[in-house]
Design a protein around this ligand. Structure first.
Ligand code: MD3
Ligand code: FE
Length: 204
């Protein structure tokens, strides 16, 4: 089913379900080349979510700031290429939500364990907010927090389940959002983990 969350934001329930097994295998392959790590924020806090990237660029954070970099600072090498299973599904989802010609150059991979959270934030390190972001949820379900354009705006909550895909663009592109602390649960494909893939266009 397709549900509109907001102007430009679409929840495609179960859109990735049939591809979940190969997607999880591809996450494991990406993590072999570019291991998951806990980035440090510019303020000096270690993020509870573990991250890696694939594609031409990756999103990184350290004491100097947030940025996209073509080189993985942990390995000194380029990020692994975006698996075609990722790219195909990311594009199909964007198209299904009305965003034709989505050409992501980054896939940020987030890994959540019980208790992991992502505090309310905006995604604004990309060069051009005309491009949407596509997100795929895998494994243990999470509570997604959906806010407004100011940090203090009230938030709505949505459950995101294994196989759900969300596409965020247009007027929703700069809304505040986050993930509530992950509850302990067991998923047949991921154990107690949740993975989230976010496809972005960093450059123009
Ligand atoms: C709404 N990740 O990596 S995905 C992130 O589930 C991030 O791991 C969350 O927020 C996760 O930055 C949420 C959904 C998401 C991603 C980007 C967005 C929602 C968004 C950008 C703009 C608006
Ligand atoms: Fe985000």
């Amino acid at each position: 089913s397709t549900e509109q969350l907001d102007d430009g934001a679409w929840l495609l329930r179960g859109f990735a379900l049939e591809k979940a097994v190969p997607l999880i295998a591809a996450i494991e392959a990406v993590a072999k080349a570019a291991p998951f790590r806990h980035l440090v924020t510019p303020g000096g806090f270690r993020m509870s979510v573990a991250m890696t990237n694939c594609g031409a660029y990756g999103w990184v954070s350290d004491r100097r700031g947030y940025r996209y970099d073509a080189v993985d600072p942990d390995t000194g090498r380029a990020w692994p290429a975006m698996p075609s299973s990722f790219l195909d599904l990311g594009r199909e989802a964007a198209q299904a939500a009305g965003y034709a010609q989505f050409n992501p150059d980054v896939c940020l991979v987030n890994r959540y364990t019980p208790g992991t959270r992502l505090t309310l934030h905006q995604d604004r390190d990309e060069g051009d907010f005309a491009h949407p972001i596509v997100s795929i949820s895998l494994g243990v379900p999470a509570t997604f927090l959906w806010g407004g354009l100011a940090r203090g705006d009230k938030t709505r909550r949505y459950a995101l389940y294994h196989g759900d895909v969300v596409v965020w663009g247009g007027p929703s592109r700069l809304r505040f959002h986050g993930i509530a602390p992950l509850k302990s649960a067991d998923h047949p494909l991921t154990g107690n983990l949740r993975f989230n893939l976010t496809f972005r266009r960093q450059g123009s």
